[in-house]
Design a protein around this ligand. Sequence first.
Ligand SMILES: *Cc1c(COP(=O)(O)O)cnc(C)c1O
Length: 343
Amino acid sequence: MTLGGDVIDLRSDTVTKPSEEMRRAIARAEVGDDVLDGDPTTRRLEARVAELLGHETALFFPTGTQANQVAIGLLARPGTEIVVEADAHLLHYEQHGAAAIWGVQLAAVPTPEGVLTPTLVREALRPKSPDLPETAAIAVENSHNAAGGRVMDMARMQSVRAVADDAGVPLLVDGARLWNAAAFLGVEPGRLATLGTLVMVSFSKGLGCPVGSCLVGPKTLLEAGVVLRRRLGGGMRQSGILAAACLYALDHHLPRIVEDHATARVLADALADHPNVTLVAPETNIVMLDLKQHRAGEALEVIRAAGVLLSKFGPSRLRAVTHMGVTGEEVACAAEHIARALA
Ligand SMILES: *Cc1c(COP(=O)(O)O)cnc(C)c1O
């Protein structure tokens, strides 16, 4: 296998390219100016996502990052903080945005496996004091990327929501991969999503769209969200071109997302007994490989030379993500190359 045509790209579930059918759906999209008087396809997507996730309204965004930033701007005032798991995407990749744009800080709560507990969340809430920042919100990432796609189950979500309710603070769900979490739990995505005050979902990860995220929540809050989105440059004109791909993905890609979990298990099973690798059996589409002998950067290059692309997730950790662009056979083949490279 050589780099080029038959590379197996497991760097991320964002590497998928739109299929011919998705491109046809894009080409057919009815569009308008969403900053002037509205784009009909974007309205259809927002209505569908709000209904699917059991919320009053949805707002369409180009990226999950922008949707999360608007959520932060809606929930937190300058000088307040948001409680978040210490390995969360919000912390690793979006904290500087929260600081620079909103003057909001994030309070990191370390957990052994990426899953917050109600006790840890309660302990992280600030007592009312002129010396301390006010806790503005609690954030949960489900599934949790850096924790290897770990899922917070319904009972845990409910207990964290109860802590939030007791404290009178909103719960923000970073659900870039909420679809995967729901599929793993065997529940409708709405069952998980209704537990959040605001919930961000992505179409550009496991659902295989070129771009797109939605933020769902209460109507009055998201009316203010339109203003913040505009402020961040998120007013998109003929956005129906993008929304059409998302509608297509809800019909055709959402039902198949469990297949990515099966493929992730193929990879994990094939490497489970490898003497130089430690891994936890995946719940969803992410497999973290902890290397006992190799440095991640060097291993990445050797594996890459064999035609398999992974990403580095720490000095001795590699991440593999399965997605609709790779088959079970390809992933089994990738596992063989990885096993040989790490022998
Ligand atoms: C990818 C991701 C985001 C950000 O989404 P973008 O569309 O890349 O901006 C936020 N949260 C999580 C958990 C993600 O995986």
